[in-house]
Ligand binder design. Structure first.
Ligand code: CIR
Length: 261
């Protein structure tokens, strides 16, 4: 699989209701205008990285629906519709189906007792890593592993630490063998077989980065992680994320990315 090579993406514009999205810190109220600006900067950055983008319309019924990573995963040859583990987000699966049908002939789906958030899925060269979390159930991970096997892809299941929303809240692949992650993720079992670059403890969420073609995108508030990656010779582009981060969200969750034939 081409882990970092992408030429297409799907994003969804934020709805006004996004300010009512799920978040762990109720005191940190996100600003709608700020989210719109950060989302626009994100789309511009993906276009500059060479991606053609489908921009889906906002869905007021689903406050978190701009986080399109959670209801699906996509590969060059197929897509899998997931079932987000938060009840308020379950309907996002149906809302994503049509957008995927425009691009993928093969679309697999989970069943009603199975829950998986795309934020718990990390693609690596050898396997698709699935994190068990408050959103991704063991039954969901098992069912997804079987779907992946039917596509000829291996899966590996790890444990997301309890204080993390998703596996990718603090983990990203920087190249074929190197993970950007945090010490908090060590107990997950994710590190096995990888070199790791650990972000500073007070920048754990900087590891919700994305590599797209030759560029690594990180949130612009994490200056020490930016310096660290630059010293390691990665081409790093910081993006504004202050308001989006109030919704416990990062860069990976705002797009579905793939390499179309
Ligand atoms: C949620 O709690 O579902 C949203 N407020 C944030 C989802 C972020 N998604 C992701 O990291 N994959």
């Amino acid at each position: 699989m081409h882990i970092f090579h992408f030429n297409r993406a799907i994003v969804r514009e934020p709805a006004h209701s996004v300010v009512d999205g799920l978040r762990s810190d109720q005191a940190a109220v996100p600003d709608y205008g700020g989210i719109v600006r950060e989302h626009a900067a994100y789309i511009a950055a993906l276009r500059a990285a060479g991606l053609a983008i489908d921009v889906l319309p906002p869905l007021e019924t689903y406050p978190d629906s701009m986080f399109v990573e959670d209801p699906a995963i996509v590969f060059p040859e197929a897509a899998i519709l997931l079932r987000p583990g938060a009840p308020s987000r379950l309907g996002e699966t149906d809302a994503m189906r049509g957008a995927l049908q425009r691009h993928f002939q093969t679309i697999l789906e989970l069943e009603s007792t199975q829950f998986v958030d795309g934020g718990d899925i990390l693609f690596t060269p050898d396997a698709v890593v699935i994190g068990l979390s408050t959103r991704t159930s063991a039954a969901g991970a098992e069912a997804l592993s079987a779907k992946l096997a039917s596509l000829g892809r291996a899966a590996r299941v790890v444990d997301v630490p309890q204080d993390m929303l998703h596996l990718k809240s603090s983990a990203a692949l920087l190249d074929e063998e190197t993970l950007l992650t945090s010490a908090r993720m060590k107990s997950s079992g994710l590190f096995a077989g990888f070199k790791t670059i650990l972000v500073p403890d007070d920048e754990s969420f900087a590891a919700n980065a994305i590599r797209i073609n030759d560029t690594v995108f990180i949130a612009d508030c994490y200056r020490r992680t930016l310096d660290l990656l630059t010293r390691e010779n990665f081409h790093v582009v910081p993006l504004p994320l202050t308001e989006v981060a109030k919704l416990d969200a990062g860069l990976s969750c705002m797009s579905l990315r793939w390499q179309a034939g």
